[in-house]
Design a protein around this ligand. Structure first.
Ligand code: LAN
Length: 728
């Protein structure tokens, strides 16, 4: 390989400024494909004024007026809506930052770098600012997510990002981060995905990367470990990773990679024997240590299979099949990809296979931008290409559950939301559905937008509820016709697992023993689909509502689904009356859902042991000031624990919704919680950001900034409906 200087054939390094002018940032809403633009030109900036939403995203003063003080919970809900309405995007959805994970931006930036994609000065500056703002205040490193302790994964990857965007290694931020990285043993201690990206960059040798053989995709479908049985996120990541691993593709050496070879390691780079560090990992990164089985398999692959048995025909067939599957993923997501982990990897597959000028490569690079988000702290990578359908459904539902949807005041906003959901229902199955192991998706709704194209059980359910509830209200147009509602029910019915519970993207396909092959080290419970009280409840509610309006459509299937699902909810309750949540924090979030499931089959506090125990659990966690305050730590430890910053409005809203839906008989504790929510409301109707709300894979936190509107408004509205005479 030729050593090259950055200046020959790499784009010019971006020019870093101290900061950009936040009033010049705009987010383009191309029917919810978001891209952020910096308008350096005064005329352009004047012609495209900043919206309220953009100001709010950037934490600039919105200038929204002070509202008359709320005297009742319903008025507080209306004040909240008055503010929240202003955040609706032109195409009818709600958007926001979706940050938290600190391992995503590096994939995008490394993909840009190795494909020689120029990085604009404004982007580079704000990437530097975000990472600087989010460096751990004590040790200067970065963790797996914004609230986590510094890890090798977070620190090494974000250090690389900063170097690529042009930060000097002698900058104090870098000195501090490097110190922490070295204390943790340097980049040799990175987990699998970190080593993979460093190998792509050419900073480590591929020998240090544990095997990701594309041949595994040649296993017949009946084999219990065949990849089609894995959770979709792991499947879609191991696919392009396998291709790149097999090709052992690395970027040519540049000034930056040459320097990184000195900066990232505690040992002299030239002396490192790469293969002997395959399994090195720092204790803090090692959330899910590799099993003895996986270690044995890796050993055999490295020492026996790769040198003696990996015949060319196997390697080529594996690569070819994986490459076809990558193409199918690209076709089915319009090159958006499932998430920002596989998106930059698929980009690289296209780059090295099709070349820099191919449509596939260029389209990928364009679409990577949709994962990025700008806020006051700088530029970050969102966990998905947005939260469009999910938050729009909750926004609509919060108004409906408050009984405000019949009020003309909110109709234009709701109508735009309905039109958005109408446009973003997935209308056709995947091309080559069976071939690429996808479940039918026609009729489903995705988490983000239709381009992304992945139906999710609860995203479909929440959207379906929102659509049905509005369309069954006088004065709303019938945009989604009956056939499309039936399509959506047909897909929903496919999500149920054999035990009655519901998973996220697909019904479960493999055994939990597959966790023995979990190679990611930093996440637990990722190999297969699991059972989720949240997803199960959303389906129960959607199907119950559907059944009320269309009692004759697949009656037996719908009823059986609901019965089996709610029976599973019962068995999933913990001894203390709670349920464990996987997507929100944590027992509070899941218990709110589970109590809704019980309500859907007519069980509430007065007639159900389960419901009563659930309420008692929630009440037992209420704090002196009336609020609730569960910490993200509960997700990791699976034990309820409180957040150090005291009561939190989103947690309080979740607990109250659970109690209200279960018809908890005593109004006093509920009123206390409602008062806490109202007392935190600002004069313009908004609530301020508090602790992080969401989680995935047990260990990684993720922000849902719109929850402080959708769930607070819902709690206030539900309370007002049940106790119309109560004042604040
Ligand atoms: C999400 C976000 C939404 C979330 C809900 C709809 C809230 C949930 O109820 C079902 C699962 C789902 C769709 C979900 C799954 C995992 C995601 C996509 C994420 C948490 C956002 C980011 C995360 C994804 C896996 C991040 C990439 C990391 C890997 C380990 C591949």
């Amino acid at each position: 390989k030729r050593a090259s200087d950055d200046s020959d054939n790499f784009p010019k390094r971006p020019k870093l400024e101290a900061k950009t002018d936040l009033t010049r940032w705009r987010v383009k809403d191309d029917d919810s494909r978001h891209t952020w633009h910096y308008l350096a030109d005064d005329k352009a900036a004047a012609e495209w004024p900043q919206s309220y939403a953009e100001k709010w995203f950037l934490n600039l003063p919105t200038g929204l007026p002070t509202l008359p003080k709320a005297e009742t919970p319903l008025e507080a809900a209306q004040n909240g809506l008055t503010f929240f309405e202003k955040l609706q995007m032109p195409s009818g959805h709600w958007a926001c930052e979706y940050g938290g994970p600190m391992f995503l931006l590096s994939g995008v930036v490394i993909a840009w770098y190795v494909t020689k994609t120029p990085i604009s000065d404004a982007y580079a500056t704000e990437i530097k600012n975000y990472l600087t703002a989010r460096a751990h205040p004590e040790d200067g490193g970065w963790g797996l997510h914004i609230e986590g302790e510094s890890t090798v994964f977070g620190t090494a990857m974000n250090y690389v990002v900063l170097r690529i965007v042009g930060v000097d290694p002698e900058d104090p931020v870098m000195i501090k981060a490097r110190g922490t990285l070295h204390k943790l043993g340097g980049a040799l201690n990175a987990p699998h995905w970190g080593k993979f990206w460093l190998a792509v960059l050419g900073v480590v040798d591929w020998d240090i990367v544990n095997p990701v053989p594309p041949e595994i995709w040649l296993l017949p479908d009946w084999v219990p470990i065949a990849p089609w049985r894995w959770w979709i996120h792991i499947r879609q990541v191991f696919l392009p990773m396998g291709y790149l691993y097999s090709k052992r593709w690395s970027c040519e050496e540049t000034d930056i990679t040459r320097a990184l070879k000195q900066e990232l390691f505690v040992q002299p780079h030239a002396e490192i024997i790469w293969a002997s560090h395959r399994n090195d990992i720092s204790a803090i990164d090692n959330y899910h240590p590799k099993s003895w089985l996986l270690n044995t398999i890796n050993w055999v692959l490295v020492n026996v299979y790769n040198p003696y048995l990996r015949f060319n025909f196997l390697k080529e067939r594996g690569e070819k099949w994986v490459s076809e599957l990558v193409d199918m993923e690209d076709a089915n997501t319009e090159y958006s990809c499932l998430a920002p982990v596989n998106a930059p990897m698929n980009t690289l597959v296209c780059y090295i296979r099709d070349g820099p000028d191919a449509y596939s490569t260029k389209r990928h690079i364009e679409r990577l931008e949709e994962y990025l988000w700008v806020k006051d702290e700088g530029l970050l990578c969102n966990g998905t290409n947005g939260v469009q359908c999910w938050d729009t459904s909750f926004a609509i539902l919060s108004v409906v559950e408050s009984g405000l949807h019949t009020d003309e005041r909110w109709k234009p906003m709701l109508l735009k939301g309905l039109e958005y959901l109408d446009r973003h229902q997935i209308r056709e199955n995947c091309k080559d559905q069976e071939k690429c192991y996808r479940q039918p998706r026609k009729g489903a709704w995705p988490f983000s937008n239709r381009d992304q194209g992945y139906g999710v059980s609860d995203c479909t359910s929440e959207a379906l509820k929102a659509v049905i509830l509005l369309q069954k209200t006088e004065g709303y147009p019938q945009l989604v016709d009956d056939q499309r509602i039936f399509d959506s029910v047909d897909t929903l019915l496919l999500y149920q697992n054999d035990n009655g519970a519901v998973s996220s993207y697909e019904a479960r396909r493999g055994d939990e023993l597959l966790e023995l092959l979990n190679a990611a080290e930093v996440f637990g419970r990722i190999m297969i689909e699991y059972d989720y009280p949240e997803c199960t409840t959303a389906c129960v509610q959607a199907l119950s509502l559907f059944h009320k309006h269309w009692p004759d459509y697949r009656t037996k299937d719908v009823k059986l689904f609901i019965r089996r699902a709610t029976n599973w909810i019962r068995t999933n309750q913990k001894y203390d009356g709670s349920w464990y949540g996987s997507w929100g924090i944590c027992f509070t979030y899941a218990s709110m859902f589970a109590l809704q499931s019980m309500k859907a089959v007519g069980e509430t506090y007065s007639n159900s042991q389960i419901s009563r125990a659930g309420c008692d659990f929630l009440i037992s966690k209420q704090r002196e000031d009336g609020g609730w305050s569960e910490s993200y730590r509960a997700c990791e430890t699976m034990k309820y624990s409180e957040h150090e910053s005291g009561s939190l409005v989103v947690q309080t809203a979740w607990a109250l919704i659970g109690l209200l839906v279960a018809e908890y008989p005593d109004v006093e504790p509920i009123k206390k919680g409602i008062r806490l929510i109202a007392s935190r409301q600002q004069e313009n109707g908004e609530w301020l950001q508090e602790a992080i709300e969401g989680v995935f894979n047990k260990s990684c936190m993720i922000s849902y900034p719109n929850y402080k509107f959708t769930f607070t408004i819902k709690a206030l509205g539900m309370f007002a409906k049940r106790y119309p005479d109560e004042k604040l």
